[in-house]
Design a protein around this ligand. Structure first.
Ligand code: PNS
Length: 159
């Protein structure tokens, strides 16, 4: 069984993330989307909210499941039996940081490989932080996130 992990903050999950998850699900037998609990960051959505939004958005993907983790990514990858970490690369600006993470992770755990998927060009501008900013300022996030996330953002910023 080839299992991959798609890790991230997913605050919130975007259509760009979902595109990468969907494509990873075609390459691997199972994909585990793992939402990080990062004590250094103050997220807009709680860990469980972020995981639940992904669960709903991935309901039609039978070989995708969602988990949460804290601590080292490669330790979590080993624990769940993942052989690969899948990341989306949007632009050259992502590359340096992602390469550094991939090399750090490989040094920690050489049995876990990082695989990069080129983000679909229609999502190359898209990030969770951009979505949060647009939503907070009352802009339109339609097409940037799935409908369930759009609703959650509306709830969050309507009060
Ligand atoms: O969506 P993000 O915030 O870019 O995701 C970053 C993530 C979760 C992949 C990264 O922060 C991570 O791997 N965190 C776990 C801590 C860790 O293993 N650090 C050492 C390798 S960089």
């Amino acid at each position: 069984m080839r299992r991959a992990i798609c890790p991230g903050s997913f605050d919130p999950v975007t259509n760009g993330h979902l595109d990468v998850i969907m494509r990873a699900a075609k390459l691997f037998d199972e994909v585990v989307v793992s939402v990080v609990k990062n004590p250094q960051k103050q997220p807009l959505f709680s860990l469980e909210e972020r995981a639940q939004m992904i669960r709903e958005a991935c309901a039609g993907m039978p070989n995708v499941r969602v988990e949460t983790f804290s601590g080292l990514l490669v330790r979590h990858a080993k624990e769940i039996g993942a052989q690969a970490i899948v990341k989306g690369l949007r632009a050259l600006s992502d590359f340096e940081y992602e390469l550094q993470q991939a090399q750090t992770n490989h040094r920690q755990e050489p049995t876990v490989e990082t695989v990069f998927l080129a983000t679909d060009v229609q999502y190359s501008f898209l990030s969770s932080s951009m979505v949060r900013e647009v939503a907070e300022l009352g802009g339109v996030v339609n097409g940037m996130v799935p409908l369930n996330v759009e609703r959650k953002l509306r709830d969050k910023f309507s009060s």
